[in-house]
Design a protein around this ligand. Structure first.
Ligand code: MN
Length: 298
């Protein structure tokens, strides 16, 4: 098992999410995973430019419809290569964000595997493109890019024109979607379970159906945006949305995904220690990672 930090702060506007990898390490990630029997190696952090550096470097020039895109794409090429190397070694990758833009790189690194499923646990769909995004924040674009829609520097990270298959992608926890993003998402063929689905049916039913829908894949990547949780549980996120997953709903989802025995890699993203209360959000991220990687109550 290999841990890689990506202190990416360029995909959104609230400062502090670059401290996520440190907060998750302070919360004891390494020891928790080692206690589950894994041989853990922490590879440290990828180097990410800070926003101030992009002001006077013309190669990192800003763009209003996709802010900091050149700098983000430069980092994601390295993240993609690292993810590919971890997968090629048959290792489990645990990627610590940083904002959710990093997942365009971590998942592109798994591109050689055509039986790859992705579970995107998020309050948002991250399904915008520079043309549809109201904010120009790249952290709202990674899932669209992985499906082939977006700036070339994001859609071409994987070799050979690889695209994620929409039938192998499921979003869960959704409760906040932009107008044009909604239309594109509905037409995409991606599986979606909203908070209403979870309210009405319960997480056990929803998560069980998700696993059945992914029966055609044999490897699973879970991209866990901590804003999927209710802000009362996980306050340290940049874009909190009320009405999210409870503590137990999130754990049950992780436990049911763990039972599938398909988990090969994981993103823990959007943790903002500056907005957090006593590192509670990073601690929950560690607990959820442990559940996903096989920790059981009994
Ligand atoms: Mn997200």
């Amino acid at each position: 098992m290999r841990i890689l930090g990506v202190p990416m702060d360029l995909g959104q506007r609230r400062r502090g999410v670059d401290m996520g990898p440190f907060a998750v390490r302070y919360a004891g990630l390494y020891d928790r995973l080692a206690a589950l029997g894994y041989k853990v190696h922490d590879a440290g952090n990828v180097v990410v430019p800070v926003p101030e550096m992009t002001r006077d470097d013309p190669t990192l020039a800003d763009q209003p419809t996709a802010r900091h895109l050149p700098a983000i794409a430069q980092v994601l090429r390295e993240v993609c290569a690292a993810s590919r190397a971890i997968a090629a070694a048959g290792d489990i990758g645990v990627f610590l964000g940083g904002d959710h833009s990093i997942s365009a790189g971590t998942i592109a690194g798994l591109a050689s595997d055509d039986r790859l499923g992705v579970v995107w646990v998020d309050a948002h769909a991250d399904f915008n493109t520079p043309q549809t995004s109201p904010s120009g924040n790249v952290h709202g674009m990674p899932l669209a890019a992985l499906l082939g829609d977006g700036p070339t520097s994001l859609t071409s990270l994987a070799p050979g024109g690889w695209r994620l298959d929409p039938a192998s992608v499921i979003i869960v926890g959704l409760r906040n979607v932009d107008g044009e993003e909604r239309r594109r998402l509905v037409e995409s063929g991606v599986g979606v379970y909203t908070m209403r689905d979870i309210d009405e049916r319960g997480m056990a039913s929803v998560a069980g159906e998700m696993v059945r829908r992914l029966s055609h894949v044999d490897r699973l990547h879970v991209s866990l945006d901590l804003d999927s949780l209710d802000p009362d549980v996980a306050p340290g996120v940049g874009t909190p949305v009320p009405g999210g997953l409870t503590y137990r709903e999130a754990h049950l989802l992780m436990e049911i995904l763990a039972d599938s025995n398909m988990l090969r890699s994981l993103d823990l993203v959007e943790i903002n220690p500056i907005l957090d209360k006593g590192n509670a959000t990073a601690e929950i991220a560690v607990e959820l990672a442990a559940s996903l990687l096989g920790q059981r109550i009994l």
